[in-house]
Design a protein around this ligand. Sequence first.
Ligand code: ADP
Ligand code: MG
Length: 696
Amino acid sequence: MTSFQDKEIADGWDDVLGKDKYRLKLAEIADNYPDQRSLFVDYNDLDAYSTDLAMFILENPDRCLGIGRKEVQAAMPPSWDPQNKLNLRIQGLPRDAKVDIRRLRAKHLGKLVAVEGLVRKVTTVKPRMIRAKFKCARCGQEIWIDQHGMILEEPVACTNPDGNCNKQANRFLLDEVASQYIDTQKVEIQESPEGLRGGAQPERLSAYIEDDIAGIVTAGNRITLNGIIRSLEKPDRDKSTVFEVYIDVLSIEFEQHEYDEIQITEEDEQAILAMSRDPNLFSNIVNSISPTIYGMKEVKSAIALQLFGGCHKVMDDGTVIRGDMHILLVGDPGVAKSQILRYMSMLAPRGIYASGKSASAAGLTAAAVKDDFGDGRWTLEAGALVLADKGLACIDELDKMTPQDRSSLHEAMESQKISVAKAGITATLQCRCSMLAAANPKMGRFEEGNIAKQIDLPPALMSRFDLIFPLTDKPERTVDQRITNHILNVHRRGEAQQLSEDVKIPGVDVKEIRESTSNIKPFYDPEMLRKYVAYSKRIVPVMTDEATKMIADAYLNIRGSSTDGSVPITARQLEAFVRLAEASARSRLSHTVDKEDAKIAVDLVQYYLQKIAGTSNGGLDIDMVSTSFSHKDRSDVGTITDLVTLAGSEGIAEADIVTEAGKQGIGKEDVERILQQLKNNGTLYCPTDKVYKVVG
Ligand code: ADP
Ligand code: MG
């Protein structure tokens, strides 16, 4: 690599700063100082002056920027006070300056690089002292000490050669007011999920952001940090030779368009348009989703539609209607729920896989925490839904989430925002994601009887899901046979895949195995499907009259089917119809939502409603899902509440309630469940064990 003298470097800066664009910027800074105090130089302009010099700057940023800052001061208009502090920042680093977090090595120390990632944690912005002013306690001599780390550095001795302290003084007074400060913020970024292969854990990097660019990023942002990699000694008592690295940020770039990460070439576009004309398109897409898993056609269709999503709408009055769909799989253990979730987190753009019982403080939403990371400052940490912003959040074991998530998740799902207000941190984080969640039934496995009652999630949360699929695992000869064959074929194909086609093993025909199990290969390869989905997002389909009518009819029909006063379906399901139909239109790259799209939506909603809220007489009772009280329950609730109310301040023992309610035909289990629910919703309380009173 070419080496440069100070003079040559200075000439380079001089030339670039002489461009009109920067001269105007400098004049602007002079006018607006100190509100504006950073000059951003595009790497391209340095590169245009000299590619060698630009590369030299990447290799020796501290020295070159030091020279650059002097040149900037010299280039300021005459009215400028040279004492004013200016930042020189470089932005728009080239592709080859980009480094993955997991590839950061010792050789990057001191180099200017660009690191992409997802902001996971941000601390509050706090002033950091950069120059401390001390006074000698004996002679009053002023002493300035530059501050570097987190611990205040004090003078060693008085600098006054002829003061009365004889340079022996060891007490110094800090003048906090006259000392100089700078705003700082520490953030932590993690690798974007797209960059991860094979379910690796994302690696993280700390970053220090200073002065005017502190406070502009928030948790969940996708950013590129341009900065210098530095090392930080671990603050252990024993001196260590192992150092932590961090990035000293020069400039921050925000990504503009989520689907631009996926490059679609003209060739791709042709392929995509050809795909869209295939009459079997939708079933092909369904066959590309987790093909190692047998069956589950409805679930896979729903998930396929979720990938495409409905349309995000902003109404005249500013109301926002989400287009993202949420799907819940509730089922017995071992029915491949986790497997599907993992597959989708890999397939979907910006997919994140997380478990409801994750150990992170942020959980699924977000949290303000005070931990080591913030060096005593409050830190805002993003949870899975925030990290999946504009993508798909795959949440396993949703029923095991923390109580805090339980209370805030439904808000996040509907408004797609999470607000945090704690300890001086007030932030609104975006979580514009679709959610694909899995949960186990209350007792770990579905038992005979009503499905809806066995789902252990708050009703408000349940009603946010567009579709809920119960998956049961009951031994059944023919189905078992098929699943068994399928799973064994998956394994055989897996084995054959490891071998080359012309391997000779007696009794084994590798080629034949591969051909006979070709249905286990995704119909479209994941890369192509991702491109297709990204392309489809450009389309905003509009509902035709026919489709509107079909959805309205289906909705009103189900609502009308209620005979005994139960509410069979609510307006939330009506929105689900619309989203599903829009997604179906998108999947065909159609600009209109037609009858066929409406039919797919209606069929899916009816399928799941029947499974989950079908009553013994063939009707539907969605109330069971959205309030966890069915219509019959409602009268039972009345009976039980009355019993407890009558008992007054004395309260009534659970055993007595069971006996009394039993006389009115309410079973013991129902009583226990209803009591639990009434306790949870705050109608009743339990002052001593097993004794109930009415609140208020
Ligand atoms: P869950 O999360 O529902 O408890 P898992 O996703 O861990 O279950 O699945 C358990 C195993 O059973 C997986 O290895 C999966 O491949 C297999 N399995 C279950 N159902 C099917 C199916 N229908 N087709 C293929 N494999 C299945
Ligand atoms: Mg599981």
